[in-house]
Design a protein around this ligand. Sequence first.
Ligand code: KIV
Length: 315
Amino acid sequence: MSLTNFSAGAQSARSVDPATKVTVPALAEMKRQSKPISALTAYDYATARLVDEAGIDFILVGDSLAMVVLGHENTLSVTLDEMLHHTRAVRRAVRRALVVADMPFGTYHGSIPEAVANAVRFVKEAGAEAVKIEGPRVELVRALTEAEIPVVAHLGLTPQSVHRMGGYRVQARTAETLRQLRADARALAQAGAGALVLEGVPREAAAAITADLAIPTIGIGAGPDCDGQILVFHDLVSLTFAPAAKFVRRYADAGSLFRSAIEHYREDVEHHAFPSDAESYHMPAARRDPAPEPYGEDAVVNTDALEDLGDFSRP
Ligand code: KIV
C-alpha cells in the first residue's frame, strides 16, 4: 500500500489525523482503561461536523433517520441507497470520530453473501468504518469480520423487530430472557463483534453483560453501567415532535429555537423589514449614472464592464 493519500480519502472532504482517529480497536482500549465512550447519531454534514468537533467518539448513521429525518412511522422502510446517501454526507464531515453505518432492514436478513455484499457497499461507496446489525446474527458477524468489516452488534430492544416484539418494549426482564441475552452477547463477541449496543434493557442486565465482555457495550435506555452511551441526536436537542422516552435527556431545545427564528424571519419579510439596505448589494457609485458618451453614437462600447457588479460572496 501507499501512505501518500492516507489522510484524505476520496469520500472525505476533511482530512483525517491518524494520530487522533477513533477506530474499533481504540474503543476496546477505552474500555480497558475505563474511559467512557460517547456516541451520538448524525445523518448529515452539518450535524456530523458539530458532533465530531464536540469530541464525540462514535457517530452512528442510524436507521432512526427513517423516523427523525424522513418522517416514517418506524425504521423499516429506509432503503440501502438512502442509508448510503446519508453515510456519505456524514463521512465528508468527520475527522476524528468512528463512523458506523446502520444496515437497514432487509439488507442482511437473506443470505450471508448478500449481506456481506451490502456491507461492502457501506465501506467502499460511503466510507463507513464499521456497520451495525441488529439481533444475535452470529454467523453473519463472523463472515463480516472475515471480510475485514468491523461490526457493531445490537441487542435488547431492536427496533427492526418491532412487529415481532409487538411494539417498543424493554427486553430481558426475566431471568430466562436475561440468560439468553447474555449468551447472545458472548457469542457475538466471540464471533468478532467490535462493540455491542444494548438498547432498552434493565440496568442490571446491561451491567452483567458489560462485566461479561471484553468488547465495549454502548447503552441506550440501558442505565449508566455500560462502557459508553448513545442517544439519537434529535432527541438530545428536542427536534422531535413527540414526548421523550424515559431514558432521553434533553440538552437543548433546538425545536423552539428554530421555530422562533423561522417565525421571526416570516414576520420580517411580511413587514418589509428584511432585507435591509445594509444586507443589499449596490452598484459601485461610479457606475450608477449612464457613462458619458465621449465619442459619437456609432462608437464601440465595452458593455461587459457594466455587468461586473463584483464578488457575490459574503462580506
Ligand atoms: O438507529 C439508531 O439510531 C440506533 C441507535 C438508537 C442505537 O440504532
